[in-house]
Design a protein around this ligand. Structure first.
Ligand code: SF4
Ligand code: SF4
Ligand code: SF4
Length: 311
């Protein structure tokens, strides 16, 4: 089907169907294990949200295709933050994860981190960051979608300090508190306060650096975990050399400042663990030369654009 807004082919149903099957399977696995039907609803909802965004992203005309991803971000991000977090009183922030981990409790946050941030990235890299994060759901609506100046070298080290700080903070609270019930009941305050701080820092940094994803590049502690399994990520972006005309539009529009052309010139897929699988490069390519492909490869050297380097 073809019209002003859509170009729908059979191929566009492939990934949405795979996503629904994967997420429903996880929901059913948890249901048979716990007899709690909520898991089927939860994972079914997330699967449908991802499928819808993927379908729209692939079916909408170039100029609208990013809306597929944004719709998924809003559907999953709001669900996790408002429904599971604020209403369900589950702290999905990194402190909540550390808390449950150190207490030896298998909670919703543990499952979420296992799927989105620890084991899942072996398959889909940092796809969570491109498609579902509730912080980026807001940051991606800001006006600086295309980074203007490249990354600030070494500033990314801040995320490692935040990671260690969060871990020690949780350890300190656990050691200091005699009444664990009090700590559990304050989870919701942690979630609210933590998110307000993250949103504020994220928006202020975007404003100062004119870069929507500045918070992701320098401050957020989540990539400290994600970047290790993402090294071997099965799904990565790839440029077909034969089709590419070196216009560099992909590189100029990449929100994570990745040197796509360098990877292409070395006959490699985009191996950077900074890639969030947002598909912006795919959407802007005038030659349809970029695809998401499957493969086993990895690289430890990041190829990123830094400030003062013209693309
Ligand atoms: S880096 Fe952090 S804030 Fe950015 S998308 Fe990933 S998890 Fe969200
Ligand atoms: S946008 Fe497409 S054609 Fe242009 S450099 Fe990137 S891959 Fe090549
Ligand atoms: S390389 Fe492409 S998919 Fe990866 S972050 Fe950059 S624009 Fe997004």
């Amino acid at each position: 089907m073809k019209n002003k807004y859509f170009n729908i082919t059979k191929e566009n149903f492939k990934w949405p169907s795979i996503l629904i099957i994967i997420f429903l399977s996880i929901g059913l696995w948890r249901y048979f294990d716990t007899k709690n039907f909520f898991y089927v609803i939860n994972f079914g909802y997330i699967g449908i949200s991802l499928s819808l965004g993927t379908f729209l992203g692939d079916s909408l005309k170039k100029e609208y295709s990013q809306w597929g991803r944004r719709i998924t971000q809003l559907l999953v991000g709001l669900y996790m933050l408002v429904f599971l977090g604020l209403i369900g009183k589950e702290n999905m922030q990194i402190e909540g994860f550390f808390f449950y981990l150190l207490m030896g409790v298998f909670a919703g946050a543990s499952l979420h981190y296992a799927i989105a941030k620890i084991f899942g990235p072996i398959v889909f890299g940092r796809g969570w960051c491109g498609w579902a994060c509730w912080t980026a759901m807001v940051l991606d609506l800001l006006p600086w979608k295309k980074p203007q100046n490249g990354r600030i070298k070494y500033l990314g080290i801040v995320r490692y300090f935040i990671f260690i700080f969060s871990l020690f903070l949780v350890m300190y609270i656990l050691v200091k508190n005699k009444n664990m019930q009090d700590v559990i009941s304050t989870q919701i305050y942690w979630l609210v306060v933590g998110n307000i701080i993250y949103y504020l820092i994220g928006i202020i940094l975007s404003l100062i650096l004119k870069d929507n994803r500045a918070f992701c590049k320098y401050v957020c502690p989540i990539p400290v975990m994600q970047k290790i399994p993402a090294i071997v990520s099965l799904l990565k972006v790839e440029i077909e050399k034969d089709k590419c005309i070196d216009c560099k539009l992909c590189e100029k529009n990449c929100p994570m400042d990745i040197k796509l052309i360098d990877y292409k010139n070395e006959n490699k897929r985009i191996l950077s663990t900074e890639c969030i699988l947002c598909k912006t490069c795919i959407n802007v390519c005038p030659k349809k030369a970029i695809r998401v492909t499957k493969g086993f490869d990895f690289a430890f050297k990041e190829k990123l654009n830094y400030a003062n380097r013209t693309v």
